[in-house]
Design a protein around this ligand. Structure first.
Ligand code: CTP
Ligand code: MG
Length: 225
């Protein structure tokens, strides 16, 4: 059975670290704006019921251009932090679905298989995210000195899309508002509730375009797709 989902796409950042002359989600990647690649990955799936994109209103015209011809997409104003942008998106969702997905606009190379893997696991368990094992050893540092070396075997890096039962995600956002909790991903808000979040396999190609060199990498990935 196909589980239905709604998608919140935070796309209201400025992309400071990318060094580009515009927010990275509007950069042209292999012939199309990054935002278009990202939205298409979800919009082409029959189980996608609605998409809400959080943007900086100053970029509204460019954003609308980027998603021209794709149906069921709406825009909402972003906020100061990523979490604020997603909260605005959450308030805008209307459809009754099995799972709400949150996905970074800056991850345009997400695959259909990964999206479905997250949706299925989230529908079954309540909350699921893709994660990748860590190749390098991770250390906590202060003033250029090592404070602690973390045991690598138990560490993963978190990707998006992250998927949640709608009631769990809404409770997590309400709880974060009450407690003033700010997280760098959505799972951490659910963790703060004490709810279980499950892991599915991420993908090495599902990179979050962050640094200047990532633009070329993701262009290669999408260009050969
Ligand atoms: N984002 C958002 N609202 C914010 C901040 C970020 O919607 N206030 C979005 C970004 O547009 C991006 C995603 O959250 O799609 C992940 O954030 P990140 O990679 O950090 O993007 P930026 O904040 O734009 O980049 P930087 O931190 O380098 O400025
Ligand atoms: Mg940022």
């Amino acid at each position: 059975m196909m589980r239905t989902f709604s998608l919140i796409l935070p796309a209201a950042g400025v992309g400071k670290r990318s060094g580009l002359n515009r927010p990275k989600q509007y950069a042209e990647i292999a012939g199309e704006p990054m935002l278009r690649w990202t939205i298409k990955a979800f919009a082409q799936l029959g189980e996608c019921r609605e998409i809400v994109v959080a943007i900086d209103p100053e970029w509204q015209a460019v954003a609308e251009d980027s998603v021209g011809g794709i149906s069921n997409v709406r825009f909402v104003e972003g906020g100061r932090e990523r979490q604020d942008s997603i909260r605005n998106g959450l308030n805008e969702l209307e459809e009754k679905v099995d799972v709400i997905l949150v996905h970074d606009a800056a991850r345009p190379a997400v695959s259909t298989q990964l999206i479905r893997r997250v949706v299925e696991r989230a529908a079954e368990s309540g909350a699921a995210i893709p994660a990748m094992p860590i190749a390098e050893t991770v250390k906590r540092v202060r003033d250029n000195r090592i404070v602690e070396t973390l045991p690598r075997a138990n560490l993963v890096t978190a990707q998006t899309p992250q998927g949640f039962h709608p009631d769990i995600l809404r409770r997590a956002y309400a709880h974060a508002l009450e407690t003033g909790f700010v997280g760098t991903d959505d799972a951490s808000l659910v963790e703060a509730l004490g709810e279980r979040v499950e892991i599915v396999a991420g993908e090495p190609t599902n990179i979050k375009v962050t640094w200047p060199e990532d633009v070329e990498r993701v262009e290669q990935i999408l260009g050969r797709g």
